[in-house]
Design a protein around this ligand. Sequence first.
Ligand SMILES: CC(C)(COP(=O)(O)OP(=O)(O)OC[C@H]1O[C@@H](n2cnc3c(N)ncnc32)[C@H](O)[C@@H]1OP(=O)(O)O)[C@@H](O)C(=O)NCCC(=O)NCCS
Length: 196
Amino acid sequence: MAPFWPVVLKQDNLFLRPLRFRDRRAWLKLREKNQNWFTEWEATIPNEFNEGKASFYQIVRNLSNEARTQRALPFVMTIDGQIAGQITVANINYGSTRSAYIGYWIGEEFAGKGYTPLAVAMAIDHCFQVLKLHRIEIAIRPENTKSLRVVEKLGLRQEGMRPKFLHINGDWRDHLIFAINDDELTESLVSKLKKS
Ligand SMILES: CC(C)(COP(=O)(O)OP(=O)(O)OC[C@H]1O[C@@H](n2cnc3c(N)ncnc32)[C@H](O)[C@@H]1OP(=O)(O)O)[C@@H](O)C(=O)NCCC(=O)NCCS
């Protein structure tokens, strides 16, 4: 059987590979440059829990622990070898659920070129074909038109609204839920996306 982690996925000049401690400088630079681009859509921790902002090392350590216990696939997206964004398959559940969530962001300088839909398709294909998961879910704020285009391009099913589902940019926000099941695909999601 293929190892759960580390995993590298590749399509053209887009690679999904593990986020590593040595990515610190490039990752921080990209984040700093794109602060305004992300803020409105950024997950936050409610003030009363006073956890403070996680450092890059804490983020990598937490994600790596999740990967080690087969609960997450923490990918960084690279485009022509440059760190461009992140895509995380998280909350992987087994048993009678076999499901996971996907979250993502990409730097503004790489946006609008279809990289995120391709990255999500690659991650979903891996989850269905290799991990044999049954269902993948993506939660999006109704105001996030750019992200809504990503799931639209992928043909994910809209299932409804979860009120105040996630703490984003300082408050609890409603999210629309989009999902896809493994048996809805007759070919890989990457080839379906490339044909569309
Ligand atoms: C949402 C996001 C990941 C989309 O990634 P992407 O790789 O640009 O995806 P696409 O290339 O398919 O572009 C999606 C839409 O974004 C919009 N868009 C693209 N570039 C843009 C830019 N520079 N400025 C404003 N909108 C832009 C377009 O409407 C595009 O749709 P179109 O292809 O029909 O024109 C990216 O915009 C992002 O990281 N945003 C900030 C963080 C975020 O919202 N994360 C998702 C939380 S659910």
